[in-house]
Design a protein around this ligand. Structure first.
Ligand code: FES
Length: 345
């Protein structure tokens, strides 16, 4: 089998000469062992405290190859990575020999499998009162992103936002939905309003308040439609990630987030709905976006999202409703028109 995750790790001759080698790739250290049962590969850093397993002892018992860490005597089945003594298991890698070269597959196991393994180990650690192991497994769970939060999409552009959503695709859809809804609400809350006043920018950067409201209104449509047609979840969540990635580059860290926080969400929403009947906005496209955003926010709040997400929705809406929208962009339009005509006539 060939695939982009397979990589040449060493020459078989060099490994046979030394018996064991360490191969390094993108921060990983992978130990290769020449054993009677063939070449085996595992993480070089022991899952206990990270000491090098290349220096461990190898024993062949029956058909099994047992690797013992020299530091605290943890033992692993080197074929499967299963822990035989100590705590958690060891990451092993599929190996192939091709034309005198050792190749290994760096592909991660599926998300669901990794998550299940970590949770099982966490349970065992809890039963053993092994606090250090619990801490490591929680850190692994966190790194896996098993519990997505709005912050996971902070400042990610489109490509990375989509990749993040795809990497979490085994998480329950509503978890991902709430995290992405929160990410879009946070974008609305932190929009760099100065973007409205920039003139010498590309047409692609014509981003304003209304673009940010789409992150909320689209999310509302996603939840409602996916409840009826669950097969739409993957595409809908990716589109939510796309909205987040599209808008995130136009947010700023300096927004005084706390000043937009809403203490009484019920009263705030009541006032926001009342304001829809007498807002004084003469441009219909703006008033329609205001209507859609307030209604979508109200429905999402009624659907009882996690508190963090609810806070982001009300704070983001609060800022939007008090924003000054610059809609007419005369100098920018002239600048972009001149650039366009100069290029294409
Ligand atoms: S570092 Fe390997 S057993 Fe402790």
């Amino acid at each position: 089998m060939t695939g982009s995750t397979w990589i040449r790790a060493a020459s078989l001759g060099a490994l046979e000469d030394k018996g064991r080698l360490v191969f390094r790739k993108a921060g990983r250290q992978i130990a290769l062992f020449d054993t009677p049962g063939g070449v085996l590969a595992c993480n070089n850093r022991c899952p206990h405290e990270g000491y090098p397993l290349r220096e461990g002892n190898l024993d062949n018992l029956d058909d099994r190859c047992i690797l013992t860490c020299n530091w605290h005597n943890w033992k692993f089945d080197l074929q499967s990575g299963r822990n035989l003594y100590g705590g958690e298991g060891l990451r092993t890698y599929p190996v192939e020999i091709r034309g005198g070269e050792v190749w290994i597959d760096l592909a991660d196991p599926p998300f669901a499998e990794r998550r299940a393994g970590i949770l099982a180990s966490l349970r065992e650690a809890g039963e053993d009162n092994a606090y250090d192991r619990m801490a490591r497994e929680i850190a692994r769970l966190h790194r896996l992103g098993a519990d997505p939060t709005p912050a996971d999409w902070h400042k990610l552009g489109i490509g990375k936002a989509l990749a993040r959503a795809a990497s979490l695709s085994a998480a329950p859809p509503m978890r991902l939905f709430h995290a992405l809804l929160g990410a879009n609400a946070r974008n609305l809350l932190t929009f760099d309003a100065g973007q409205q006043h920039r003139i010498r920018i590309a047409i692609d950067d014509n981003v304003g308040w209304l673009d940010f409201t789409h992150g909320i209104t689209f999310a509302n449509a996603v939840r409602v439609q996916c409840a009826r047609f669950p097969e739409l979840w993957p595409a809908a969540l990716l589109q939510m990630a796309c909205f987040s990635g599209r808008n995130a580059p136009y947010t700023e860290s300096g927004t005084d987030v706390g000043s937009w926080r809403v203490e009484d969400a019920g009263a705030f929403m009541e006032e926001a709905v009342e304001g829809l009947f007498d807002h004084g906005i003469d441009e219909f496209i703006v008033s329609v976006h205001r209507l859609k955003t307030v209604m979508a926010a109200r429905e999402e709040l009624r659907a009882d999202p996690p508190a963090e997400v609810a806070d982001l929705i009300t704070a983001g809406l609060n800022r939007f409703l008090h924003a000054r929208l610059k809609r007419k962009q005369v100098r920018r339009n002239v600048y972009q028109a001149m650039k366009f005509v100069a290029r294409d006539g």
